[in-house]
Design a protein. Sequence first.
Length: 184
Amino acid sequence: MKDFTLSRTPASNDEIWFVQHPSVYTLGLNGKEKHIINSNSIPIVKIDRGGQITYHGPGQLIAYCLIDLNRLGYGIQEFVNRLQTSIRLLLETYHIDSHLIDNAPGVYTNGKKIAALGLRVKKNCTYHGLSINIDMDLSPFKDINPCGYHDLEVSQLSDFDVNDPIENIIEIYKPLLKNSIYAS
């Protein structure tokens, strides 16, 4: 991601990478280790995105958004808003009510975080992205203060009886994400 972003030119196409990670905690640039409540065997990787600590693991959809904001004509806050909108549209597809919380990027269901955002901008191009909890082991979140928030609970689509394979969810989400990013 970083190499792609640093080597981009104005003619470079935007890219969105959909992945799943093995179990790992990631600690953002300004992340504080005090948000690690209990040490366990899951590795902690310091990375250059914004935000505090979060957990990634199998059953979680990650979308890395390698986007040229100059070409879009809007800034990072609007980009964050559009990413959150795309996630809310996905949840709406499954009849899941969601909401935002002021000064706490991400998307929430009944006060529980179901999707997180962590971005970095270089040369006015974004990298890193978002994660949506689909059907995963949520217990590793109990060993951290997710996103730096004490007692923040997390949820996932499977809590709402969504049983679609992650590959199907990706196919549903792709156009929602692209349309949200590129809408004029």
